[in-house]
Design a protein around this ligand. Structure first.
Ligand SMILES: Cc1cc2nc3c(=O)[nH]c(=O)nc-3n(C[C@H](O)[C@H](O)[C@H](O)COP(=O)(O)OP(=O)(O)OC[C@H]3O[C@@H](n4cnc5c(N)ncnc54)[C@H](O)[C@@H]3O)c2cc1C
Length: 461
């Protein structure tokens, strides 16, 4: 096309896949255009993993300070949280990553950065800030945003999502969190520990619907111990302004028909940023929720277009997005046919104590009909947890009784987000669980009890 600029590759979005892919492609000598419409680094850097885990750390410090006497440590006076300082610490850590990505891309050889919204104009053409860019290879790393449900009254009240909650530098008196999923629960515990009253309203019968019952029940116990209140099975939700605050109307069968608070956080899931990309102009297929359909090597239905990260619906995590980059780079540049289906599901819930998960849940194992063994150990029987005074939770592992391969694990307890990797790596090695049993682990650690748990496994009834 006349007046268009040609590049060997175009990357749209600077989430967890785009920048690394741009670096590999540019390093291989290709000219690369990178387009970002908002903040460099995307969700994880600016309003996802990095800020939330930074805030979780402040909340942990507040909680530990309140429990100081349990350890024989005296703190004179009440523990208070300076929300402006909490936010300033979070902003400084976010800024470092955000600027790091921006500077990296802007100083990259063979790479041209465009700041603006990209939209397809033809099969191999994208328009940004009025300029037309063309390429034989286009990589979409456009990510997602908070899903706002069509809930009656929501358009009449002001509410928070994971994005604007990052601007909060005050203590909400009573925060209502709609959504008992991973994001909602992290914010719930964090704000409770900062000092807010917190009520989680969830329409399902349990929190984190995809987890096993024993996991969700224990997560609830942990959060209730912190003082978080729950309203589950909240049918027919509607919200309305109530004085300076907000009321969430619900019909849960039991209890009050309404929860009133001062602030509302909506955390009911995420949707892909694919509605304003002009995908229809190129015939790129999406599913009913807008996620771009891809094959096992992340190719879309349009030749020369790949989709990586949250927008393809194959993962919703930083590590899955980064792995998408590795898969595409390996296939394009290394003649290495890596695939999405090589990936073992793994993630964490970063409440305190955290939940580290790998592979199948117990419910999934039961449903599969596999003959399996199960081992479970409460954290009260883990010496390191006792010494640290952090004995909430348990760990659980499931093994295929015939192949002796580990099928899945849930480590809900102190260090659970780290410990789970010792199990995950053995799963990737495709080695029998007995390898872990024969390994000598460091004492005293949480990981040292994994072999003990394996030795006590019983058939899954
Ligand atoms: C509160 C919260 C906590 C989280 N915590 C964790 C965690 O602890 N661990 C974890 O693994 N994951 C976590 N996640 C998920 C994680 O943030 C995402 O999975 C991760 O950021 C991967 O996103 P991505 O690479 O797909 O794209 P994103 O990071 O969403 O980036 C997409 C980028 O594309 C840009 N863009 C979109 N459309 C266009 C367009 N048309 N033109 C130009 N640019 C465009 C956007 O501005 C954005 O910068 C969390 C998410 C949230 C919301």
């Amino acid at each position: 096309m006349a007046d268009s600029k040609r590049y060997d590759s175009i990357v749209i979005g600077t989430g967890q896949a785009g920048p690394s892919l741009a670096a590999r492609l540019a390093g291989a000598g290709m000219s690369v255009a990178v387009i970002e419409r908002k903040r460099f680094g995307g969700t994880c850097v600016n309003n996802g993993c990095i800020p939330t885990k930074t805030l979780v750390a402040s909340a942990y410090a507040a909680s530990l300070a309140r429990r100081a006497a349990d350890y024989g440590v005296r703190i004179a006076g009440p523990i208070t949280v300076d929300m402006k300082a909490v936010k300033a610490r979070k902003d400084a850590i976010v800024r470092r990553s955000n600027e790091g990505v921006e500077n990296w891309l802007k100083n990259m050889n063979n790479c041209t950065v465009y700041e603006g919204h990209a939209r397809f104009e033809g099969p191999r053409a994208v328009r940004v800030n009025g300029e037309l860019l063309e390429s034989e290879r286009i990589f979409l790393n456009v990510g997602g945003r908070a899903f706002v449900p069509p809930m009656p009254g929501l358009d009449q009240v002001s509410f928070l999502t994971n994005a604007n909650v990052m601007d909060v530098d005050f203590l909400p008196e009573h925060l209502i969190v709609i959504g008992g999923g991973y994001i909602g629960l992290e914010f719930a515990q964090m704000y409770r520990r900062f000092g807010s009253r917190v009520t989680v309203v969830e329409k399902g019968t349990q929190l984190m619907g995809r987890e096993d019952d024993d996991v969700t029940a224990t997560v609830r116990e942990i959060l209730e111990k912190d003082g978080v209140e729950f309203r589950l099975q909240a049918e027919c939700m509607a919200v309305e302004k109530r004085g300076a605050g907000v009321a969430v109307r619900l019909d849960c069968g039991t209890g009050d028909r309404e929860v009133t608070g001062t602030h509302l956080l909506v955390a009911v899931g995420r949707g892909p940023n694919t509605d304003d990309l002009g995908l229809e102009a190129v015939g790129i297929a999406t599913d009913s929720r807008g996620f771009i359909q891809v094959d096992d090597q992340l190719r879309t239905s349009a030749p020369g277009v790949w989709a990586l990260g949250d927008c393809n619906g194959k993962g919703a995590f930083t590590h899955t997005s980064y792995n998408d980059y590795e898969i595409v780079a390996a296939n394009l540049l290394d003649n290495d046919p890596r695939r999405v289906s090589d990936r073992i599901p793994t993630y964490a819930l970063f409440i305190d104590p955290p939940l580290g998960r790998a592979g199948m849940t117990e419910a999934e194992v039961r449903k599969s009909g596999k003959k399996a063994l199960i081992g479970k150990r409460p954290m009260t029987r883990v010496s390191r947890a006792v010494e640290k005074g952090e004995t909430q939770g348990f760990m659980k592992i499931l093994v295929d009784a015939e192949t002796r391969r580990i099928l899945g694990a849930a480590i809900l307890g102190v260090g659970g987000d780290e410990v789970v990797h010792s199990i995950l790596d053995v799963m990737y090695a495709d080695a029998p669980y007995t390898v872990i049993q024969r390994a000598v682990h460091i004492h005293p650690t949480v990981t040292e009890l994994v072999p003990t748990m394996l030795g006590e496994m019983k058939p899954l009834a």
